[in-house]
Write a protein that binds this ligand. Structure first.
Ligand code: SF4
Ligand code: SF4
Length: 152
């Protein structure tokens, strides 16, 4: 009876989250605002829940400011009901294009609304999502190596 409750009165109270809490993903842009994802598919292959699907497209002339490389994801979807937030997609990505963040996937009544597309996943140009604190010192050091093409 006098024991500490295991539950909290959410949403009035929230628990403290770990600094590296793995929540909703973000698809990052580069310094100039172009989408980093090249639709290589490595995140999808590494996903144990088969939650990621995408369609690749070729960048057209004049779209250099939109997409970082010649290939990009015309469609990119994550099924949040399948996702187990393991972070393997983030680890697999050679372009530092996908990260899990501390944002929570919101609840809903319909299953379809949990399939998140680029409209929800790509960070807005004017509201960038800082993920630097979630990266290890080794990764941050690696990113300084400008000679590696994906760090440009
Ligand atoms: S966090 Fe894990 S389960 Fe979720 S999409 Fe990424 S690899 Fe798949
Ligand atoms: S998010 Fe990364 S691993 Fe996934 S398709 Fe894009 S570039 Fe490849």
């Amino acid at each position: 009876m006098f024991k500490k409750h295991a539950t909290v009165r959410y949403p009035e109270k929230t628990r403290e989250f770990s600094e590296i809490y793995r929540g909703m993903h973000v698809l990052k842009r580069d310094d100039k605002g172009a989408e980093r994802c090249t639709a290589c598919g490595l995140c999808a292959v590494s996903c144990p829940a088969e939650a990621i699907t995408m369609e690749a497209a070729e960048r057209k002339k004049g779209e250099e400011n939109l997409y970082r490389e010649e290939k990009y994801a015309a469609k990119y979807e994550i099924n949040m009901l399948r996702c187990i937030f393991c972070g393997l997609c983030e680890e697999a990505c050679p372009k530092e294009a996908i990260f899990l963040t501390d944002r929570i996937v919101t609840t809903d009544y319909g299953r379809d609304s949990f399939v998140y597309g680029k409209d929800k996943l790509v960070e807005p140009v004017d509201a960038r999502i800082d993920v630097t604190k979630r990266q290890t010192p080794e990764v941050l050091e690696f990113k300084q190596q400008k000679k590696l093409s994906h760090n440009r």
